[in-house]
Design a protein. Structure first.
Length: 247
């Protein structure tokens, strides 16, 4: 199992929900953090909380729907001299439920793809080459099990694109110590998931983080966080490494 002590992780959407819990979990493992949200103010309290675990951390801001803001955020990280070892592409938008799905506005598709897919590819294309050069890296892209719901076409299509993107990159990275994987937190009671969801956000831990700790040079795995509920990190990683990649 990989030790993340002293490594740097970028977490998008860190101010609440799964991103917030992931940040606390990684800090407890000794990982330094770059905490993203739309506004620096949103992660100010979290920064203090993670620093209490003795790690270093700072905040960055970007509206992920705006490509130029994503690029500027990455420029700011680079200007600080931070080498990102781990990325949790956690942030996402899930828009209005369209009962009349044949009238889904193009804006739903456009915004969903910009936030849930294009922002992720921008981050990956910027940071992965540096990981390859250094010989180490972990990227965990957050997907969804949503299916058979044309009422949420923008969200589901953007996640399907993300799955394909991750699997294809994983094929090229397989056998290296730069590992890219997918995780699904499950349907959780977050701002995105809503109050009717069956799982507490805490159920996603440690499952959503397994991809940061696997150490067998195998990319392209899908880690369903609900498969790891109640497990220690060590046991979760062993279970994750035993999974066979299925593309």
């Amino acid at each position: 199992m990989v030790s993340v002590q002293g490594k740097w992780a970028l977490i998008t959407g860190a101010s609440r929900g799964i991103g917030y819990l992931t940040a606390l979990f990684m800090a407890k493992q000794g990982c330094n953090l770059v905490l993203h949200s739309r506004s620096l103010e949103n992660t100010k309290k979290l920064m203090d909380e993670v620093k209490a675990f003795g790690v270093d951390a700072y905040c960055v801001e970007a509206e992920l729907a705006n490509h130029q803001e994503v690029v500027r955020m990455l420029d700011d990280i680079e200007a600080k001299g931070t080498e990102i070892d781990i990325v949790f592409n956690n942030a996402a938008v899930q828009l209005t439920y369209r009962n009349d799905y044949f009238k889904t506005p193009i804006e739903d598709l456009d915004l969903s793809l910009r936030v849930n897919f294009i922002a992720v590819t921008t981050i990956c294309y910027r940071l992965l080459p540096r990981m390859v050069d250094r010989g180490f890296g972990r990227v965990i892209n957050t997907t969804s099990g949503i299916r058979d719901q044309p009422e949420q076409a923008g969200y589901s299509a953007s996640k399907a694109a993300l799955d394909k993107f991750t699997n294809d990159l994983g094929y090229k990275l397989n056998g290296t110590d730069v590992i890219i994987s997918l995780t699904d937190p499950g349907w959780c009671r977050t701002d995105l998931g809503g109050p009717q969801a069956p799982h507490a956000p805490e159920d996603s831990i440690p499952g959503v983080a397994v991809g940061a700790f696997v150490n067998d040079k195998t990319s392209g795995r899908f880690f369903n966080a609900t498969d790891f509920i109640g497990m220690t990190l060590e046991d979760a990683v062993k279970k994750g490494e035993a999974q066979i990649v299925s593309n």
